[in-house]
Design a binder for this molecule. Structure first.
Ligand SMILES: [Zn+2]
Length: 658
């Protein structure tokens, strides 16, 4: 029992635990996870928001779980207004759950509405336990079990038939989850009518076996399932819900009620009944840290306790914001929303926290500090776990599932924002607006002169935007010519109007399937140029190679700032840029993913060459502006050839993107 002894030594299990009834052992374990997280995890202990008087922040309403029994013998809980009834202590829990897809789940009887609000907040009446769905009853019981008094549950604490109340409270959602002590997550339930599974079952103990073989590998081993975390947390219905993404990202710590056991998740630690001292990292995610570590919104960008500390090299604040936002988009755009119009609203809590933390301006889903890089998102070939493959021409084409909102559908976002598309999105690269207009080896090819992105409601500057949103950019566009008629695939073949020898055919990543006719007057608007280097050797070899390349092949557009930085700072800087570059190289690029068939000739940018990324745009019906329909990447040197084309094959000036 070597492992058990280790657990005893680490303080996660105590001798007397073995004597406790199984159900109690489970709660002792959760209490201990909470204790360790609070007292030992620097990354998890963020500065909780306080009011001006230094009092802890509370949501407008909470459920007081200390029940009373009414005259009728029914157990009742009180809905309190925290502005008038000061909660005891400073803590409250939250619940993350799926409402359910059945009709009765969308308009459930247990909701707080204008007509029952008075009763629910009246200490003499309150909310009857038997009116509540099993999921809420379990959440209330667990809250009590953990010694806490208050829990926040969306459909009870927001007046559901009061639009004004909903808008105000939904705008506070980021604070509600972020300031909570812990979130209880009904991870294995598919509706609020489900109970938390596994609560009545025996606690799942770690399973050990003693090997029968001898020799070097003889010993005690723990048995586990490699998809342990994936099946119980990552690939659940709850985790696929758009609104739940930010609840999970913002809550400092989460107890998941999994299909067969309780699981723990915070920025520094993942555990489960079977793995009380930690789930092996390699079963959480391959090569990367866990979900909550990626969205550790706790530390300030400059503080030692923030994300920067855990990186090999400290990163600049905009770059750190970019890394976190990219991870957020990668996760969030894989989730589904019941109401498509919630696209910007359901991630607005995370955006709000990042804007505060990094003091950056948020514009319809993009950040001021990386506007040009932010334009270079593309729809990924990846499909959502819940989506079916779409059969097209004898093949199942999974990327056909992306859809762009267009009239008569309600307006979601400007076409240059990822939020205008319902589909999995690969975020663009990082490009700072700093010295020389570029970071490392990436530089801008356009100047953004104005962005208009007015919020739909004043209560949520990070939510939906008004339809008049637009961006003005100065740059050069190159005309594309439709070449062949194909079914409306997301990848489509066009030709540069200027022609670049045999490499004229280009493969375009469309944001949604479009017929070729829709692209009769399409333009390529390159917005950034990225250098690509193979970084496999030690840094000093790379220094030599890059310098040689710059010397021997001056026609290749190695950016001035890159060369100057190499000379000025030498290896140290290159190492850092090189590691960033290596990160970029690992990402599947549109060029490499399109490198199939004969249309890829003009698209694959070999290592060591620059690569131009930009938007495929078409004029709007009134001809006043352009709207994005896709993304394109080509070798940087092609731009020079395109620029030499005839007068109508390229256009330079200021363009309005809507
Ligand atoms: Zn923690």
């Amino acid at each position: 029992m070597e492992r058990i002894i280790t657990m005893l030594a680490s303080g996660l299990l105590r001798e007397e635990d073995t004597q406790r009834p199984p159900s109690e052992k489970r709660w002792d374990m959760v209490r201990r996870w909470l204790l360790v997280c609070e007292s030992e995890h620097q990354t998890c202990s963020h500065n909780r928001r306080t009011n001006s008087g230094g009092d802890p922040w509370f949501p407008s309403r909470l459920i007081d779980v200390r029940s009373t029994t009414g005259d009728d013998g029914h157990e009742r809980y009180l809905l309190i207004e925290t502005a008038t009834t000061r909660p005891e202590g400073s803590r409250y829990l939250t619940l993350s759950h799926v409402w359910g897809s059945a009709r009765e789940d969308q308009q459930p009887a247990y909701r707080t509405l204008r007509h029952n609000y008075g009763d629910r907040t009246n200490p003499a009446i309150g909310i009857r336990r038997d009116e509540l769905p099993p999921c809420f009853v379990d959440a209330i019981d667990v809250t009590k079990k953990l010694g806490e008094h208050y829990i926040w549950i969306d459909s009870l604490c927001i007046v559901q038939d009061n639009d004004r109340d909903w808008e105000v409270e939904a705008g506070r959602m980021s604070d509600v989850y972020r300031n909570s002590y812990c979130s209880l997550s009904a991870t294995a339930s598919s509706s609020s009518r489900d109970r938390f599974p596994a609560l009545d079952e025996r606690i799942q103990e770690p399973r050990f076996v003693n090997t029968a073989w001898g020799g070097r590998y003889q010993g005690m081993y723990q048995i586990f399932d490699p998809s342990f975390w994936l099946d119980r947390v990552t690939s659940t219905k709850l985790a696929s819900r758009g609104w739940v993404f930010q609840e999970r990202a913002l809550a400092p710590r989460i107890v998941h009620f999994g299909v067969d056991q309780l699981l723990w998740e915070c920025a520094e630690f993942e555990a489960a009944e079977e793995f009380p001292v930690g789930v092996p990292r390699r079963f959480i995610s391959s090569g990367r840290r866990g979900f909550k570590w990626q969205f550790n919104l706790a530390g300030s960008p400059t503080s030692d306790s923030g994300v920067a500390e855990t990186e090999a090299e400290p990163r600049s604040a905009p770059l750190q914001l970019h890394a976190m936002w990219s991870a957020a988009l990668d996760n969030y755009t894989q989730c589904e929303l019941t109401k498509g119009t919630d696209k910007l609203v359901a991630i607005s809590g995370v955006a709000r926290v990042l804007a505060d933390q990094f003091r950056d301006q948020y514009l319809a889903g993009l950040w001021q500090s990386n506007l040009v890089g932010g334009l270079c998102w593309r729809v990924s070939g990846m499909r959502r776990a819940t989506q079916e493959l779409v059969p097209v021409g004898g093949y199942a084409r999974r990327w056909e599932t992306s859809r762009r909102a267009s009239p008569p559908a309600p307006y979601l976002a400007p076409s240059w924002s990822w939020a205008s598309v319902d589909g999995c999105v690969v975020p663009g690269p990082f490009l700072s607006a700093g010295e020389g207009g570029g970071h490392g080896s990436t530089r801008s090819l356009v100047a953004v002169t104005a962005v208009v992105a007015e919020p739909e409601t004043l209560d949520n500057a990070f939510g939906a935007v008004k339809p008049a949103a637009e961006m003005r950019v100065q740059g050069t566009m190159y005309r594309l010519v439709a070449t062949e008629s194909e079914p409306p695939f997301s990848h489509i073949s066009l030709r540069y109007a200027a022609g670049v020898g045999s490499a004229g055919i280009v493969s375009v990543h469309l944001d949604q399937p479009e017929p070729l006719e829709a692209l009769i007057t399409a333009w390529f608007l390159p917005v950034l140029l990225a250098e690509r280097h193979v970084v496999a050797e030690p840094a000093d070899t790379v220094v030599k190679e890059v310098v040689q390349k710059a010397a021997n092949q001056p026609q290749r557009p190695v950016s001035e700032s890159w060369r100057a930085k190499l000379k000025r700072k030498g290896k140290g800087l290159l190492k850092r840029d090189a590691s960033k570059q290596a990160e970029l190289e690992r990402e599947p690029t549109p060029a490499s993913s399109a490198a199939a068939g004969n249309t890829a000739a003009a698209n694959a940018a070999p290592a060591g060459e620059s690569s131009a990324m930009g938007l495929i745009v078409v004029p709007t019906d009134d001809g006043r502006a352009y709207r994005r329909v896709g993304f394109h990447e080509c070798p940087g040197h092609i731009l020079e050839t395109l620029g030499q084309g005839s007068g109508d094959s390229c256009a330079t000036g200021e363009f309005v993107l809507v």
